[in-house]
Design a protein around this ligand. Sequence first.
Ligand code: G4P
Length: 194
Amino acid sequence: MNFLEERILKDGVVKSCNVLKVDSFLNHQVDIALMEEIGREFKRRFEDTPVTKVMTIEASGIGIAVFVAKELGVPLVFAKKSKSINIDGDVFVAEVESFTHRNKNQVVVSKSFLHAGEHVLIIDDFMANGCAMQGLISIVESAGATVEGCGIVIEKGFQIGGRVIRNMGYRVESLAIIDAMDADTGSITFRKQA
Ligand code: G4P
């Protein structure tokens, strides 16, 4: 079991509707030592790729991506969620549907901060159905940049996102993959990874 899986078992709380609460250490209160370790682990996994930029989406991805970008020594850009339909031409746009929150957001990245020829590592805290990741991938590709990989802290392996993104041909590295969880017993089953 790796450091993150241990922490999820210690402090994660399984809620009904297949939601794992990790707000005591990851996405509300933030354990900085854990973030540093996450940053080092993503660096270890992606240092064989020519990453020039880390990208994530607000809000919870930012705190994690900061530590990854610092380890890799590259800038971080985060996609902003926008309700506005009057998006001007200076931004790349993707529509992202959230099944968890049952809403749609347009996510935008300024054309000033993403260019053709860049090599992008996309980082996020959770992957469930993969909608956010698909939106970020489409933004990178519409800029003419290359997706070097997707780094996910917690993948919910019983939802389709990981399979969809891998089937699209992208490299996905998830620090913990949850194959099953049970709100009644609180049990969490991780996928064995090499
Ligand atoms: P998807 O992008 O993979 O399709 O996921 P989905 O629409 O289902 O998730 C929407 C939001 O809910 C995302 O945050 C995602 O990180 C979060 N989420 C999904 N499953 C869980 C879970 O089991 N536990 C927790 N704590 N969060 C989960 P978001 O809308 O981008 O919000 P935020 O980053 O602004 O917090």
